[in-house]
Write a protein that binds this ligand. Sequence first.
Ligand SMILES: [Fe+2]
Length: 198
Amino acid sequence: MPKQGEIELWIYEKRLEYPVRVSQKDVGMAKYLITQYGGPDGELAASLRYMNQRYGMKNRKAIALLTDIATEELAHLEIIATMVHKLVKGATPEEMRAHGLGGHYADHGHDPFYVDGNGVPFSVMYIASKGDPIANLYEDIAAEEKARSVYQKLIDMTDDKDLQDGLIFLREREVVHSERFREVVQILREEASAKKFF
Ligand SMILES: [Fe+2]
């Protein structure tokens, strides 16, 4: 807690939501994993989608949930960046090139960047905001299910048990998020049908 008289600027937990371990360098895996950084079903898309959709919600539980999940997705973005960083650490330019990351290396070195598994840059067209709470929440449920599916594919693409452990954590969080969004849809539906009695 800040001392008296200090202005509190920000509350940020200075450690990852879940520890990241990788057993070995794997540039090829980094190339695919980066889609969860800047791809269509990635963590950046998720966070921006929910952060923006909060403003169209009237129900306080829906607003709170979107805020909670949007900020947790930023924590997941950090986890993905850390995984990518560890997977390419010490890779030579030749190794980056041999695994399809030659263009990435030329533009960004070993830094992560907001691209999908094919190097296509992030686009806001990945997300929507319809001014309609139910339409938005169904988009959110679909987004969570798609992210879960991508994590499963990534888990299947590696034999690295340490990396799999982190990916399983992220996959499970998508399942939890999907369930929470479904619950809010139910709350909004009940709210709407209760109003029809008056
Ligand atoms: Fe999520």
